[in-house]
Write a protein that binds this ligand. Sequence first.
Ligand SMILES: O=C(O)CCC(=O)C(=O)O
Ligand SMILES: [Fe+2]
Length: 376
Amino acid sequence: MSTTKLELRTALGRVYRDVLPNPPRTCTPEEIPVIDLSPLFLDDLSQRNEVAAQIRSAAVNTGFFYIKNHGVPAEKIAKCKQQVLNFMKQPVEKKDLISSKKHSKFYNGYIGPKSTNISPTESVDVKESFSFRYRPEVDPDHPMDISQIPEDVRPWIRGEEFVWEGTSHLPEFKEDLIAYWGAMLTLARRLVKSFALSLGLEENYWDDKVTHPGADSVFNYYRPRTDEETAKKFVSLGSHTDLQLFTLLWQDNIGGLQVLTKEGQWIKAPPIEGTIVVNIGDYMMRLCNDIYKSTVHRVANESKLERVSMPFFFGLNFNCVESVVPSCVTETNPAKYGPISCGDWCQMRFELERKEFEKKHATATSLAPSAVVVAG
Ligand SMILES: O=C(O)CCC(=O)C(=O)O
Ligand SMILES: [Fe+2]
């Protein structure tokens, strides 16, 4: 069957994927399995190993899976989603109080609709979003003042206060968002242990490298596309891979997330009540010598309803320089990549994306990444 080439931006330049001409179809449970995380909260290593084996199987296959019984309370998610809507329904002048372009050094804050172009060969992204990044004062597992952070990590702390200053008129906004972010961070620290196990490493292999980690929350708001945008093939969010170790993606019940399989078939990852989607990021793929897949995905909100998603992008402490992990290297499969810090890795892609957007859309007033921040 004849395929088309999809061009993707990575920190190291362009890569290409072949895409089949078939329309997107719904995924099967084998392609994107649901993994039950309850055993992670038990004191039984063999059961935790079983979860790790399921993660490995999904990670070498499509690179996407759902998790259930993940420990993030539904109420925290619901409150956070409501706050995202409260923010997004404001007039643009209010949203611009936390404009990323105007106020941020490190890609925090609000990015308006059609102000990013995550896929170089697709349209600009119709979605709008805002984001915030790791701050030690609100770390749920060991809150501390920035002055207590080790000196090598401190310059890499990326959260910025203006996000909260410019939203202080919204009651409980910071509290509800941080409660969600904190629950996702705790879950990610638990899950990174499973990823270590899944790679034949000690469970605590990365524990001391996620003390002040890449922990970027992005809140995406997808208004329905207009008929004209649909006719002109505007994407809600273009094809891309995420950046860091892995992404925890909460999506509402509208649907629209699509994932590209190894065979080049777009499959739909529909919402499943009570679950969070997990997908592998580019940094993890690199540390795994490409054994785990950082999978291309995109969003098409084909409904006539608004959609919200709340991805959380998780990486190592940004100062950590990490090489391909020993268990992914053999004599016949030597390390393909040298060491690089998680922070430099993310920064390279953010800068690339920003520069290219500025060049292509020279008159645009706001930019910066979404999935890239996250993206993680
Ligand atoms: O909205 C979604 O379902 C996906 C969002 C996403 O891929 C991203 O922000 O990186
Ligand atoms: Fe993404």
